[in-house]
Design a protein around this ligand. Structure first.
Ligand code: UDX
Length: 439
């Protein structure tokens, strides 16, 4: 099939590349000329495991092409994916100006039947708005379909190629059949393509992400309470998660959720509710609890250093909002860094992928190290913000040698307490007892 993808951000790029992989002819459109040129030369503009291999293969096979011309893209595709940004407005709602701006252009350009598929995360009712914007000028038939993505950063290629489900909001049989045909190769395992109305599809995305954010936040509150009463959240998590109604996943407490989706989507659903006279009390709490969870380690750090962090140096392991990505949007590490800097401390950081992004944001306010051990040199303490695999089995002797104080503040509960006790390190984590080693 002939496919066009408008917008080559994270979602657009993964969508375009994976659709080319199943034999479709894909053109990706972006207004950024430099980016388009780089992609034509085979350069993947984001870090996403496995994407580079597919990208190169499909460009070579001429199934994946790039252009800055919206007209070229619209002439090519029978199905047009909109993968445009919907950034957070000042009031928390999703800014639809990109989506509606392009929809307006589509109406002026298309001259034969097209299915316009909205992949961006958009508030309920956007498909209708997109339809109206196109209809204003369109001289041919077209349909608008809502098809939210459920891609996790770091696993996006796998999630796209082997989705647990595909959600399609469509009220046109013609469009539904085309979309089903396009996705058939991805659901051979029997996973469902769930067809529903456009509004329900739009809400499904927000509901799914907000539910997961709520699940994590609930566990974070249980962890905080565990600390108060001397329970161990690891045990509570295992005890709960084995109930299949609850499930084991997304029960890991830590320093809060971040990233490009959860924070934005929870706020947008909360704001949509308000606009429609519905007060999502639970979401308001999730937003508030997550904000304080991001800095839950700070009082422990301040306490350990008897209230004064001036002149102290902290080594940070992990800056990205989660492992396997260089994305630092809404990353808890940044809240921790801001708080420590404001208290007069210095920061040295190491992350396998995200250091360039953080350097762009902080300039020379913090320093970076090439390795996870180099960063420890003469630091007063180690703070772990992201659970990269490389941090899971460290050489504790090197940690003890290099740190001025043998103390770790672990925001991701990477180590078993019994192992830490053997190492004679002072260790603070989330929802578990503190290990205090007196030397
Ligand atoms: C998420 C959704 O999973 C995906 O379906 C959606 O389309 C986009 O948003 P992503 O933001 O890439 O994907 O990351 P995800 O792996 O879901 O993690 C989100 C955040 O939750 C991270 O900050 C992570 O550290 C945190 N998290 C996750 C926890 O704190 N505990 C957990 O148990 C799981």
């Amino acid at each position: 099939m002939k496919i066009s993808v408008i917008g080559t951000g994270y979602v657009g790029l993964v969508t375009g590349t994976c659709l080319a992989e199943t034999g479709n002819e894909v053109i990706c459109v972006d207004i950024d000329e430099q980016k388009v040129q780089k992609m034509r030369d085979g350069e993947v503009p984001i870090y996403e495991p496995h994407l580079d291999v597919l990208f190169e293969r499909n460009i070579k096979a001429n199934r994946l092409r790039f252009t800055t011309s919206l007209k070229e893209g619209l002439d090519h595709g029978d199905i047009i994916f909109l993968a445009l940004p919907t950034p957070e407005d000042e009031d928390g709602s999703a800014d639809l100006s990109y989506v509606l701006g392009v929809s307006d252009e589509i109406g002026k350009i298309i001259s034969e039947y097209k299915v316009i598929v909205d992949k961006s995360t958009v508030p309920v009712g956007t498909a209708e708005k997109v339809h109206s914007a196109i209809a204003l000028n369109a001289k041919c038939d077209f349909d608008v379909v809502s098809n939210p993505e459920f891609l996790r950063e770091g696993f996006a290629v796998d999630d796209f190629l082997k989705p647990e489900r595909i959600v399609v909001g469509s009220s046109s049989d013609r469009a539904t059949e085309l979309i089903k045909k396009l996705y058939k190769p991805f659901v051979r395992s029997g996973n469902p393509i769930i067809i529903m109305d456009e509004k329900s599809a739009e809400l499904t995305k927000y509901a799914a992400n907000s539910f997961l954010a709520t699940k994590i936040t609930f566990m974070n509150e249980i962890a905080n309470y565990c600390e108060k009463v001397g329970a161990d959240v690891d045990m509570v998590r295992r005890g709960m998660g084995t109930d299949s109604r609850i499930g084991k996943r997304f029960l890991f407490p830590g320093i809060g959720y971040g990233g490009s989706c959860f924070p934005k989507d929870v706020k947008a659903l909360h704001k949509s509710g308000k606009d429609d006279n519905y007060d999502f009390k639970i979401l308001e709490s999730v937003i508030e609890v997550n904000q304080s969870q991001k800095v839950v380690l700070i009082p422990k750090i301040v306490d350990y250093f008897s209230g004064d962090l001036k002149g102290k140096t902290f080594a940070i392991w992990g800056l990205a909002f989660k492992p396997e990505t260089d994305d630092i949007r809404e990353a808890p590490a940044l809240n921790i860094i801001d708080s420590l800097l404001s208290k007069g401390a210095s920061i040295k950081a190491f992350d396998p992928e995200a250091m360039d992004n953080v350097a762009r944001k902080y300039g020379d306010k913090i320093t970076f190290s090439k390795s996870m051990y180099e960063v420890l040199d003469k630091a007063d303490a180690l703070i772990i913000c992201t659970e990269w695999s490389i941090f899971r089995t460290p050489d504790f002797d090197r940690i003890k040698n290099d740190l001025t104080n043998d103390v770790i503040f672990d925001g991701r509960n990477l180590y078993d307490l019994t192992d830490i006790e053997k190492e004679e390190i002072t260790y603070f984590s989330i929802g578990r007892k503190d290990i205090k080693t007196i030397k």
